[in-house]
Write a protein that binds this ligand. Structure first.
Ligand SMILES: Nc1ncnc2c1ncn2[C@@H]1O[C@H](COP(=O)(O)OP(=O)(O)OP(=O)(O)O)[C@@H](O)[C@H]1O
Ligand SMILES: [Mg+2]
Length: 360
């Protein structure tokens, strides 16, 4: 399981929104995702339709360690492949626990280790509590650090990198990989603003390719989606029109940020453990067009060539070529396998994942 921490020193820069959208985008790719709310404001919990009640999430997990550290009783299902370990204002109590308990900074890491086999990704939203942030930075493999394109925020864009180095070095933990994999994302609030453009350029000068080239647009539809407790993609599918370009741009931006994140994570062709979709494709499914469509998607998503695909599937190269050729002649399988909320039934049929409902 990879642990992604969405974190920034500044408030209101889009952390919780980004955490929710990226978690949902990863899940849409067939990866099993646990969204973790490590903020006592519990915004991620709200966006993801969680309960926000005391004793139902990370606050309970950190209440009485080590006895309480198993998160499983508090994990609920949000949608296919996406679960949530939520939060509540009671998480404020965790500050003292993390500071005073033995191995405090490692407690979130220990909690996640319990479910590491059940997920490909944990996506953690952080708030502003120093002890919680420190424990998240210890658990993280990768940081996603949003900033707006206005100068007071942007000036602090790299702060979390410094904090991560300090926290991890104090504990004797390695830091290089974490820094390599991290990404700063920019939310451009003024569509045509010269000042925004200058700040973006300045960030790129300072941080080079740590800055995600995809800039997240400003769109009131993003707040609407949050208020409706929908992902931006779900919101677009339910309420968007073909001409709603800002909404389309927002959907595309979160998708593209997720692509960059995966590329940065170094999820390469060899690392297929997370691709449950692939593991669970029924290669003996009688409808070959469906199989072809599924493997074509996996192939392009992972940049595999036919040889690598054959090896992963345990089939001959001829079989792979024949199936892909068949799929190209009969593309009707495609629609039924598209991983979008609209075709949840087809996905559930294929992956056997749980229905989207709250569990505890
Ligand atoms: N790209 C965007 N365009 C327009 N509004 C946005 C965008 N991203 C986030 N918002 C809105 O901005 C507000 C703050 O976003 P969010 O809660 O994600 O920030 P945050 O960094 O998590 O804040 P906090 O520091 O309080 O945790 C929310 O109302 C959200 O709906
Ligand atoms: Mg937040």
């Amino acid at each position: 399981m990879r642990v992604l921490a969405v974190t920034a020193n500044k408030g209101g820069v889009g952390k919780s929104t980004l955490a929710f959208q990226v978690a949902a985008e990863l899940a849409r790719r067939g990866l099993r995702v646990l969204a973790v709310d490590a903020d006592k404001q519990a915004d991620l919990t709200r966006y993801a339709r969680g309960p926000r009640l005391a004793g139902m999430g990370l606050d309970a997990v950190l209440a009485d360690p080590p006895a309480s550290l198993d998160p499983r009783p508090y994990i609920g299902s949000v949608s296919d492949n996406l679960d949530l370990l939520g939060s509540s204002p009671r998480l404020a109590d965790a500050d003292l626990v993390l500071q005073s308990a033995q191995g405090g900074p490692f407690l979130i890491q220990r909690c996640l280790a319990v479910v590491a086999g059940a997920y490909d990704w944990a996506v953690i939203d952080t708030g502003h509590s120093e002890p919680v942030i420190a424990a998240v930075l210890v658990a993280a493999d990768q940081l996603l650090m949003p900033t707006t394109a206005s100068s007071p925020d942007a000036r602090h864009a790299g702060d979390m990198l410094q904090t991560a180095v300090r926290v991890r070095e104090e504990l004797g933990l390695e830091t290089g990989d974490l820094l390599q994999r991290s990404l700063i994302t920019i939310w451009r609030r003024q569509h045509n603003g010269v000042a925004d453009a200058e700040v973006i350029e300045n960030l790129q000068d300072r941080f080079g390719d740590l800055v995600c080239p995809v800039v997240i647009p400003h769109s009131s539809r993003i707040s609407e989606a949050n208020d409706q407790r929908l992902t931006v993609r779900e919101h677009a599918e339910m309420f968007g029109t073909a001409r709603d370009r800002p909404l389309r741009a927002a959907v595309d931006a979160y998708e593209a940020v997720t692509d960059h994140l995966l590329a940065r994570a170094g999820v390469a062709a060899g690392d297929l453990s997370g691709l449950r979709l692939l593991e669970e494709i029924d290669l003996d499914e009688p409808d070959l067009a469906r199989v072809a469509s599924a493997i074509r998607r996996v192939k392009s998503r992972r940049g595999l060539d036919d040889d690598e695909l054959a090896e992963v599937l345990g089939r001959s190269l001829d079989w792979v070529r024949h199936t892909l050729a068949f799929g190209a002649r009969h593309p009707e399988g495609e629609d039924r396998l598209t991983i979008r909320p609209r075709s949840r039934v087809a996905v559930r049929e294929l992956t056997g994942s749980r229905p989207p409902r709250w569990r505890p």
